[in-house]
Write a protein that binds this ligand. Structure first.
Ligand SMILES: Cc1cc2nc3c(=O)[nH]c(=O)nc-3n(C[C@H](O)[C@H](O)[C@H](O)COP(=O)(O)OP(=O)(O)OC[C@H]3O[C@@H](n4cnc5c(N)ncnc54)[C@H](O)[C@@H]3O)c2cc1C
Ligand SMILES: *[C@@H]1O[C@H](CO)[C@@H](O)[C@H](O)[C@H]1NC(C)=O
Ligand SMILES: *[C@@H]1O[C@H](CO)[C@@H](O)[C@H](O)[C@H]1NC(C)=O
Ligand SMILES: *[C@@H]1O[C@H](CO)[C@@H](O)[C@H](O)[C@H]1NC(C)=O
Ligand SMILES: CC(=O)N[C@H]1CO[C@H](CO)[C@@H](O)[C@@H]1O
Length: 482
């Protein structure tokens, strides 16, 4: 152990250092802290979503002490399971499918959460232009055309083996990687793959405008491309949240988690002094002293502001754009319990919806309840729309579909059951930033000032890939430095 019992002399040395740049020096008066409010750990983890929770559990299993600081009152981030209060029937409104990897199976097995092969999503779909409520008739590609397009896509993607483990790119960066994906599709004749890619991966803004690399990150050979052919895994009880309630219980037992808590300010040193955090918790402000910091929240400047950013970090993070992505459950929609309604535009080359908009409404495992997903275009703003704006737009959309299709639907007053904002979602950068080596510079931040980074911005919005990336890339380097 490198940290002994913290001595106040040592703490006051911090006080002297941190006070210099602090806008609120009084908050650094560490002698005002009761020793029980000073938490000493090997690793502090900021963010208890998919990557943060996985990493904390893995560190505990490696014999390290951790503390997770999570802003919400629960772990899991984008994982959300809704349970019907009367029947207990569960339905997923967030993460629900996983890749068939040993690391995924081991993680679920560790918490005794059974997993099975996913049956897939073979619901019939009615298409409407959500701007008008008018019915749209599509002529989908044949399965052969889709398979051929994915084969051609895979052939291109196979040129970049560095994308199987993270965002490791050739130098110089080939133009194909920063072409708008729509042009890449034209160049290689991948048109028949676009609707499937859109369907499985909403919340990314305009798929055709995104640089190809951003599409490659998610649609990787060992990830999505493999699983749409070979099949996904899902939880046997349709309850991904179970993983997180069990992880939370275990972390709580070892005093390794602070919920409803946020870092007020941070001091990240070079070398042996490690890192210091002041954290606002429901039971008062705590001081955390750790050898290493693992940041597992989206690195948007507004969200990581209190984390003592270097100029390089600030400059890089300011380049991120993201989408707003929202999901929720409604009752009284009068929509079918057997058919999804989907947003499509008749005269768009790919029948893609015009954003911001709801993507779809679909029946859930709970009779009478419909799930929706809603997305915005890419934006500099972490929160492109307010929750209220999205909610109003969703209800207006349902009413428009009802009004235009009275032969099929009744006019009802839809009621909210639950609403989740997933903004900011899919952090990505522009073609120019990719060309100029953004991701190499981003990855070079790992380990600087005793700080490591994980989460979707560093890999892709895919829990299985994030657990693999955290376990195989980030944690080995972090643990080596402890
Ligand atoms: C609706 C939906 C469905 C999805 N379905 C799937 C799926 O089926 N399969 C799949 O693999 N992936 C799916 N994903 C993607 C997957 O959930 C994400 O890739 C994954 O959750 C990203 O993990 P993360 O650790 O980067 O972030 P998150 O899981 O979002 O975790 C970030 C955590 O940090 C916390 N936080 C934020 N700011 C702070 C702060 N200042 N201080 C402390 N804590 C903070 C947040 O509350 C959150 O808990 C889905 C996503 C959504 C939104
Ligand atoms: C720091 O806190 C201690 C204990 O509460 C107090 O006695 C002291 O005056 C404070 N010092 C400053 C500079 O605020
Ligand atoms: C995962 O893949 C293996 C090997 O292909 C297969 O045997 C197994 O049935 C799949 N599903 C699960 C739930 O393990
Ligand atoms: C849908 O509702 C109808 C009428 O209430 C019912 O007969 C049918 O079984 C339901 N289907 C599903 C998949 O729940
Ligand atoms: C006004 C109305 O139709 N309310 C219904 C909304 O849906 C719930 C459950 O689906 C019913 O119990 C209500 O009667």
């Amino acid at each position: 152990m490198y940290f002994l019992q913290p001595s106040f002399v040592w703490l006051l040395a911090y006080l002297a250092v941190t006070v210099v740049s602090s806008p609120a020096p009084q908050s650094y008066n560490l002698s005002a802290f009761d020793p029980k409010d000073i938490i000493t750990r090997d690793v502090a983890v900021i963010g208890g979503g998919s990557s943060g929770t996985y990493s904390a559990i893995s560190l505990l299993d490696k014999g390290k002490s951790v503390i997770v600081i999570e802003k919400q009152g629960r772990l899991g981030g984008h994982t959300a399971t809704y349970a019907d209060p009367t029947t207990g029937t569960t339905t997923e409104i967030g993460v629900q499918i996983y890749h068939n990897y040993t690391i995924v199976k081991d993680y679920f097995a560790r918490f005794d959460v059974p997993i099975i092969d996913s049956a897939g999503f073979f619901q019939s779909v009615d298409n409407f232009d959500y701007r008008t409520g008018e019915r749209v008739t599509l002529s989908p590609h044949s399965q052969e055309e889709v398979s051929a397009a994915f084969a051609a896509y895979s052939e291109q993607l196979a040129k970049y083996p560095g994308l199987n483990d993270g965002i490791y790119l050739p130098d110089p960066i080939p133009e194909d990687l920063y072409l708008p994906f729509g042009e890449f599709v034209d160049k290689y004749g991948l048109h028949a793959a676009v609707p499937t890619m859109h369907y499985y991966n909403p919340g990314i803004g305009n798929i055709l405008e995104n640089p190809t690399l951003e599409q490659f990150r998610y649609w990787s050979l060992n990830g999505m491309v493999h699983s749409i052919a070979a099949g996904f895994l899902t939880t046997a009880r349709y309850n991904s949240n179970e993983l997180y309630t069990k992880a939370e219980a275990e972390l709580s037992q070892t005093s390794s988690v602070l919920l409803n808590s946020e870092v007020i300010t941070a001091f990240r040193s070079e070398g042996k002094a490690g890192i210091t955090l002041l954290v606002r918790t429901p039971t008062g402000t705590k001081v955390i002293l750790a050898k290493k910091l693992l940041i597992a929240i989206p690195p948007k400047p507004d969200l990581v502001k209190p984390l003592d950013l270097s100029d390089t970090e600030s400059t890089l993070f300011s380049k991120f754009i993201n989408a707003g992505y929202y999901a929720g459950i409604l009752s009284n929609t009068s929509f079918s319990n057997e058919t999804s309604t989907s947003n499509a535009i008749q005269d768009d080359p790919y029948n893609l919806p015009a954003l911001p908009a709801a993507y779809n409404f679909s029946p859930t495992r709970i009779p009478g309840l419909q799930i929706f997903h809603y997305g915005t275009p890419q934006s500099k703003s972490s929160f492109p729309l307010t929750n209220e704006e999205v909610q109003v737009h969703v209800i207006d959309t349902i009413r428009r579909i009802q009004e235009q299709n009275l032969d099929q639907y009744d006019l009802t007053e839809p009621e909210w059951v639950t609403f989740h904002s997933h903004a900011p979602y899919t952090l990505q950068v522009s073609a120019e930033d990719i060309r100029d080596g953004f991701y190499e510079q981003l990855y070079a931040l790992q380990g600087q000032r005793n700080t490591y980074w994980t989460g979707a911005a560093w890999r892709a919005e895919d829990s299985s890939l994030l657990w693999t990336f955290s376990e195989e890339v980030v944690l080995p380097a972090l643990v080596e430095g402890l």
